[in-house]
Design a protein around this ligand. Structure first.
Ligand code: ADP
Ligand code: ZN
Ligand code: MG
Length: 479
């Protein structure tokens, strides 16, 4: 068997999270609305309807270009891409063909083992989304709510070499677009989806093989599976001495397999021409620079800063920079707290992330605010409450929205370090568990932990654990 290498280029569609659609004033976010409730003559392709471009779309497209170091064209054009499809009733899609908004740039992708892969960008262009079709009992149903939602298509150079690299690229891109606030990047809602171009050639042959294009991939898992099976298929063809034919292939998400759509021979001719109803997009250098200033510190830069400035472990820094508002939450808490960053990181990763997952919101949507978390950690540090109570307190603040100190006072949660009270509880626990006490005296010393646990339960986690251990030990050993 000879060795083969794969080459992959991705064309990714990113739905921008604008308030209205690309060329009309229909609401763009209509995911939860009834079919065809957010439509008008423009986004359903009625003859004579006149489009006008959405400034928010252009702004967000430019932010994305700048975030991937692309060159922003000061003049770009909209073009018609002509083809007939049921969910495209105008008979064409408005896109940018030969002079798109962004050219060049790159995205650096970090693999699990820390290896960096630089993926160069060919271009970024704005276009409108199509409607959605669904077959039901032999009838084709079309929902135009999605029709006209603004997209940026980001096209890479063929710089990826495995399914894992392609998946890592998409994960990285998803993090970026959410971070800079241009898209929700939710693949389940098709706000981020991609076409993968794949070719395989004998290793060292110096030139890539003939590529096939896989359409319609809508999850990270599907990207991996589709590319792996396409690489296998092309490798088998080459091994058998065949040439790879240039196909367009569809990823069938239900069957989880590839299906040939068409050969490139009968590829469609789109007869591109300038969209006559839209002006060129003209941007001044000052405007582009002003937008550049708006870009937040990017996630990988922030991660590195967390490692360098706060001495956080790489793992912590990675988790705390997956979402922008999680990093903001961390840094705000740290500002209020003023102590060891690693301590804040531990509480974030254990407790705040748990709340984020349970509540299904992001960190900024939680009732418990950075100031509250900082206060709770300080209360634990100073011995006012135990760590166990601190954890409960986090839930109580989240449920009630009240300040931690107020809840601690109202519910009497502060540490019980009164020796008399603790001694009383210890006596009760020891006398009501004579068997365990006997076993302890017979040498089963691990039972001390169990007794301590019982006392903590009686005091709802409020007892000073060190004191409890000391009292129990002398009580049980009689010394
Ligand atoms: P086409 O003209 O067929 O549309 P392009 O040159 O525009 O091809 O490239 C489309 C996508 O295919 C890009 O993402 C590009 O990186 C990728 N691509 C180009 N050549 C190859 C190849 N040999 N193998 C894999 N992907 C490729
Ligand atoms: Zn509309
Ligand atoms: Mg092309």
């Amino acid at each position: 068997m000879s060795e083969y290498t794969a080459v992959i280029g991705l064309e990714t569609h990113i739905q921008l999270n604008t308030r209205t659609k690309a060329f009309c004033s229909c609401k763009a976010d209509s995911w939860n609305e009834p079919p065809n409730s957010s439509i008008c003559p423009v986004c359903t392709g009625q003859p004579g309807a006149l489009p006008s471009p959405n400034a928010e779309m252009i702004h967000k497209a430019v932010l994305l270009c700048l975030a991937v170091h692309a060159e922003v064209n000061q003049v770009s054009f909209f073009d018609r891409k002509n083809y007939l499809y049921a969910d495209m009733p105008g008979g064409y899609q408005v896109t940018q063909n030969d002079q798109p908004i962004g050219l060049g740039g790159y995205l650096d992708v970090e693999m699990d083992n820390g290896r960096m892969v630089r993926v160069r960008i060919d271009n970024l262009h704005m276009e409108e989304d199509a409607g959605k079709t669904r077959n039901e009992n032999g009838i084709r149903l079309i929902d135009f709510n999605r029709s006209g939602i603004p997209l940026v298509e980001m096209v890479t150079k063929p710089d990826l070499h495995s399914a894992d690299e392609a998946a890592a690229y998409l994960i990285r891109l998803r993090r970026l677009i959410r971070w800079i606030g241009v898209s929700e990047g939710n693949m389940e809602k098709a706000q981020l989806r991609c076409d993968a171009n794949v070719s395989v050639a004998p290793a060292g042959s110096g030139k890539p093989g003939r590529k096939c294009e896989i359409k319609n991939i809508n999850s990270i898992d599907a990207v991996r599976k589709a590319i792996v099976s396409e690489i296998e298929r092309q490798t088998r063809e080459l091994e058998a001495g065949h040439e790879v034919e240039q196909w367009t292939i569809e990823w069938d998400n239900d069957a989880r397999e590839l299906r040939k759509m068409r050969s490139k021979e009968n590829a469609v001719d789109y007869r591109f021409f300038r969209e006559p109803n839209l002006m060129p997009v003209v941007l001044s250098q000052e405007q582009i620079e002003a937008w550049h200033e708006e870009l937040p510190e990017l996630p990988w830069v922030r991660k590195q800063r967390f490692i360098t400035d706060y001495k956080l472990p790489v793992y912590d820094a990675g988790i705390l920079t997956t979402e922008r508002d999680l990093s903001d939450y961390f840094e705000e808490t740290l500002n209020f707290y003023g102590g060891d960053p690693k301590r804040v990181s531990n509480w974030m990763m254990n407790e705040i992330l748990r709340l984020v997952n349970e509540s299904g919101t992001s960190a900024s949507g939680l009732n418990i605010r950075p100031r509250d978390l900082a206060e709770i950690i300080q209360m634990v540090d100073s011995g006012t409450i135990t760590a166990a109570v601190g954890k409960d307190l986090i839930d109580l603040v989240q449920q009630s929205g009240k300040a931690p100190s107020r809840i601690a006072a109202e519910k009497n949660l502060t540490v019980v370090s009164d020796e008399g009270i603790i001694r009383g509880i210890c006596e009760k626990v020891v006398s009501s568990n004579p068997k365990e006490a006997e076993a302890f005296r017979a040498g089963k010393e691990t039972l001390l932990g169990w007794f301590t646990g019982q006392v903590m339960r009686e005091t709802k986690g409020k007892a000073d654990a060190k004191l409890v251990g000391k009292i129990l030990k002398s009580m049980l050993t009689g010394r």
